[in-house]
Write a protein that binds this ligand. Structure first.
Ligand code: UDP
Ligand code: MG
Length: 323
């Protein structure tokens, strides 16, 4: 390990790729330019092909053959963005590790100020989006609600405008690698580890090509992972809903007595149906919440690896291995 943060340091750049054929070459070109401009630093680019089916892998393989700093891991199928990031970080050997999207929404030029902050002693330098082009108002609103909720019910504080674009120091990465949970919410895990963290502001661009690989369903799963990995508050929510439902039932019972005393005829079935439906739905919600946690316990208990690598291209930096 090099201790002095001067020349000779290795920076690893981890790039999850899922059907990004249209943009990979541009990404590689632009990012290499930035990395070559970093004073006295060597670099490695680690692409994780997360089961692409559009020829992304073939392009990556060519890149790796032409550029010795490129390494490619090909998953056996699509494992998801957070797992792809994890595999890349596991593979990285750098003194610092950057995680960046392949779609150029995170401008690689921002790596330069990130490295500066790292040299100043920060362990995590995350990208803070000052503006976000090409994102729907819906995405911005749900993100803001989600992170505020997460901050309230857990001790994981993540600003709404921070993604996975970040630089991490070696000691941060080593800690992160110890957290092997499978339903991963990487930015939460990084925040959980702690150390010295700071942000650099950047302007998030719209995608230059391709479409988002995060449809609504995946975003909901991601949000659930975020909350359930750091909080048991939803389990308590179930209890509270139970109390409220019970209280409402008692109030309703009283009102039935009053109606009776006043001589109103009670239209039995409609009211019973309402009460039944109400209780039924509260129970289903509670069961659902239990199910979410139980499902995650189930996932953790199975001793499966997090991902399966089908192929790899490119060599590990020899000089690095000796040190
Ligand atoms: N990605 C991935 N696996 C997936 C989905 C996405 O590796 O299952 C990659 C994708 O290629 C991109 C990054 O993760 O490099 C972020 O995805 P995307 O740009 O679609 O998300 P958004 O920016 O819309 O949140
Ligand atoms: Mg994107």
């Amino acid at each position: 390990m090099t201790n002095a943060r001067t020349g000779g340091d290795l920076i690893s750049v981890v790039v999850p790729v899922f059907n990004e054929a249209e943009i990979i070459r541009t990404f590689h070109e632009r990012t290499s330019m930035v990395l070559n401009g970093l004073n006295g630093m060597r670099h490695e680019l680690i692409f994780i092909d997360d089961g692409s089916s559009d020829g992304s892998y073939e392009i990556l393989r060519e890149l790796a053959r032409a550029d010795a700093s490129v390494r490619v891991l090909r998953f056996s199928r699509n494992f998801g963005h957070q797992i792809a990031i994890t595999a890349g970080v596991d593979e990285a050997r750098g003194d610092c590790v950057v995680v960046i999207d392949a779609d150029l929404q995170d401008p690689p030029e921002v790596i330069v100020p990130m490295v500066e902050q790292w040299r100043d002693g920060f362990d995590v330098v995350y990208g803070v989006r000052s503006e976000r082009d090409g994102e729907t108002a819906m995405k911005l609103m749900t993100a803001s609600i989600f992170y505020r909720l997460l901050g309230r019910i857990t001790n994981v504080q993540i600003p709404a405008n921070v993604g996975d674009f970040r630089l991490m120091s070696r000691r941060m990465v080593d800690q992160l690698k110890l957290l092997r949970e499978k339903d991963r919410f990487v930015r939460g895990l990084v925040s959980w580890v702690g150390f010295r963290q700071t942000g650099v502001t950047y302007h998030r661009q719209a995608r230059t090509a391709g479409v988002t690989k995060y449809p609504l369903g995946k975003m909901v799963k991601f949000a659930f992972d975020g909350i359930t990995s750091f909080s048991t508050a939803p389990l308590k929510l179930a209890t509270w809903m139970g109390y409220v439902a019970a209280l409402l039932a008692v109030l309703y019972l009283l009102s039935v007595f009053v109606q009776r005393a006043l001589g109103h005829t009670v239209e039995g079935w409609a009211t019973i149906m309402v009460a039944m439906l109400f209780l039924g739905s509260v129970q289903l919600i509670c069961l659902g919440i239990l199910g979410e946690y139980l499902g995650r316990v189930f996932t953790e208990v199975k001793p499966r690896p997090m991902y399966v690598i089908q192929e790899r291209v490119g060599q590990v930096d020899e000089a690095r291995q000796e040190s």
